[in-house]
Design a protein. Structure first.
Length: 241
C-alpha cells in the first residue's frame, strides 16, 4: 500500500461556485490552496481572478501548483454550445491542461458530469464505461475525459475524471421532490470527503469515477471510486421538504 500524497499547493478553479465553495472551504484544513474564478473567492488568502479561457490568467494561476481541481466552466445542462460552452468548457479546458503540464503539475482532477452517461436511459445502473451523452453540456464533459486521457498518455499527467452527481449544498432542497435526483445526490460532507481523497490518493495514472452519496438503487457505480480513492459515502438522501 502506497502512502497518501501530500501536495504542496492545490489550485481550485471555479472556487467561487456552488461545488467550488464547498470543496475549497472543506479542504482548507488539509492542504495549501489557491482559488481561481471570474470573481474573488470569499475566505481565500491566495485568490486569482480571471477567465479560464484567458491563457495569460491561467498561466499565472498554475505557477507553483502541484495539483489542480478543475471545477471551472459552464455547468448548465441547458447551455447553448456556441454561446455558453465552447470557450469555458472546450477552449478553457485546453488552456488549463496545457498550462498544467508546462508548469509541472502532477495531478489534474476534472469535474466531469453524469450527463456524460444520462443518455443511456435503458440501463439500470451507470458504470464508468457508460458513455451516452445527454446534452451538449455532457458532450463537453465527455470531450474533457478524452482530452485528459491524451494528456496522460502523451505527457504523463495524472488525470481523474469525476462524474459528479446532483449537488446543491442546501440543507433544505425543494428540488428533491423530483425522485430521479435521489438516485444521483451528492451531499456536502461526502463532496468534501471525495475531493480530499482525490487529492491525497496514491498514484492511479488515469481514472474515471462517479461521485454521489448513499443513493437508492446504487444507480451510479462507485466501485472504481472505492478502488482508486478508498471512497465510501456516508450521507443519505434527505427527504424532500
Amino acid at each position: 500500500m502506497h502512502a497518501p500524497r501530500s501536495p504542496k499547493l492545490v489550485l481550485v478553479t471555479g472556487a467561487a461556485g456552488n461545488v467550488g465553495q464547498t470543496v475549497f472551504h472543506g479542504l482548507k484544513a488539509h492542504c495549501a490552496l489557491r482559488a481561481f474564478d471570474l470573481k474573488p473567492t470569499l475566505g481565500a488568502d491566495d485568490t486569482h481572478v480571471g477567465d479560464i479561457a484567458d491563457r495569460a490568467a491561467v498561466d499565472r494561476a498554475v505557477v507553483g501548483v502541484d495539483t489542480i481541481i478543475h471545477l471551472g466552466g459552464c455547468p448548465r445542462m441547458e447551455a447553448d454550445f456556441i454561446r455558453d460552452l465552447l470557450k469555458p468548457n472546450i477552449e478553457g479546458l485546453w488552456h488549463i491542461l496545457d498550462a498544467a503540464r508546462l508548469a509541472g503539475v502532477k495531478r489534474f482532477i476534472f469535474a466531469s458530469s453524469t450527463n456524460v452517461a444520462f443518455g443511456a436511459t435503458d440501463l439500470p445502473r451507470l458504470t464508468t464505461d457508460t458513455v451516452h451523452v445527454f446534452n451538449p453540456y455532457g458532450a463537453t464533459k465527455a470531450f474533457g475525459e478524452n482530452l485528459g486521457r491524451w494528456f496522460h498518455d502523451t505527457y504523463g499527467l495524472e488525470f481523474l475524471a469525476v462524474r459528479i452527481g446532483y449537488f446543491s449544498g442546501l440543507s433544505v432542497d425543494p428540488a428533491l421532490c423530483e425522485a430521479w435526483l435521489h438516485r444521483i445526490w451528492l451531499g456536502p460532507k461526502d463532496c468534501v470527503k471525495f475531493f480530499r481523497l482525490a487529492v491525497a490518493a496514491p498514484h492511479f495514472g488515469y481514472g474515471i469515477v462517479y461521485a454521489c452519496s448513499r443513493c437508492p438503487e446504487n444507480y451510479l457505480d462507485l466501485t472504481t471510486a472505492k478502488a482508486l480513492l478508498g471512497y465510501e459515502p456516508e450521507e443519505t438522501v434527505p427527504d424532500a421538504p
